[in-house]
Design a protein around this ligand. Structure first.
Ligand SMILES: Nc1ncnc2c1ncn2[C@@H]1O[C@H](COP(=O)(O)OP(=O)(O)OP(=O)(O)O)[C@@H](O)[C@H]1O
Length: 223
């Protein structure tokens, strides 16, 4: 269970997140929408322990973010908007490198299967020769090596072709429903959010997003 209580974030005098309270259970996929600059990435970065909230508390499976950062990091997978890969290494070398940093060990066969699950077959190709979408698939595969229980995905499918998006969506759905992962997902693609997420939160009380969510038959939940 992820438990976020009265979470606020300010940058200087600018309030980005204002007393956010939200809980998520194993198997849930939660969508975050909102205009550019609303605070979606800020929220994910805090949940990934990469940024500190100004106030409020977070716990994952009753472990406090404040007290157990090291343990929390073992349970969280994060795919940020920026691609973070070794460009001169092959796909395989990137997977093996990040596996070495992981607390869960994986064989080469398992690492290759993770890439296949993301519809990435280019095992021996240098990352710099891959397309943007392929790099995103590799980033996603890397985020799953340590089998996180909470997966934070910040616009993970930007640039990924429609067929692969659909397949990755099914894979994420399976991860949540059959393997008990919690997933928090941001995207500007409302169809994607609508298909994947049972609960959708709007960051910032913007009438445009309230209306959009209603049009999609989602109860708008405002943060
Ligand atoms: N390190 C920082 N210092 C100061 N302000 C910041 C910092 N990081 C983000 N911000 C500001 O916080 C606000 C929220 O940014 P954030 O990246 O979370 O928005 P977002 O909803 O993810 O936007 P987008 O849809 O464009 O990705 C923005 O106004 C941004 O300028």
């Amino acid at each position: 269970m992820l438990n976020i209580q009265s979470l606020s974030k300010e940058y200087g005098k600018k309030q980005i997140l204002n007393s956010v309270t939200l809980t998520a259970k194993s198997g849930e996929i939660i969508g975050l929408v909102g205009e550019n600059g609303a605070g979606k990435s800020t929220m994910l970065q805090i949940l990934a322990t990469l940024s500190q909230p100004t106030s409020g508390s977070i716990s994952l499976d009753d472990q406090s973010y404040k007290k157990s950062k090291k343990h929390i990091r073992k349970k969280v997978g994060f795919v940020g908007q920026d691609i973070a890969l070794w460009e001169e290494f092959t796909v395989k070398e990137n997977m093996v490198f990040f596996e070495k940093l992981s607390w869960i060990k994986k064989s080469e066969v398992e690492l290759r299967q993770l890439c296949r699950d993301m519809k990435l077959e280019k095992w021996d190709e240098t990352v710099k020769t891959l397309s943007g979408g392929m790099k995103r698939k590799l980033n996603l595969a890397i985020s799953l090596i340590h089998e996180p229980m909470l997966l934070l995905l910040d616009e993970p499918t930007v640039g990924i072709d429609l067929k692969s998006r659909k397949e990755i969506g099914s894979y994420l759905h399976d991860l949540a429903k059959n393997h008990g992962k919690m997933i928090i997902y941001t995207s500007h693609d409302m169809d994607e959010i609508n298909n994947l997420c049972e609960r959708v939160y709007c960051i910032g009380n913007d009438p445009f997003y309230r209306k959009l969510l209603q049009e999609y038959g989602k109860e708008p939940i405002i943060l």
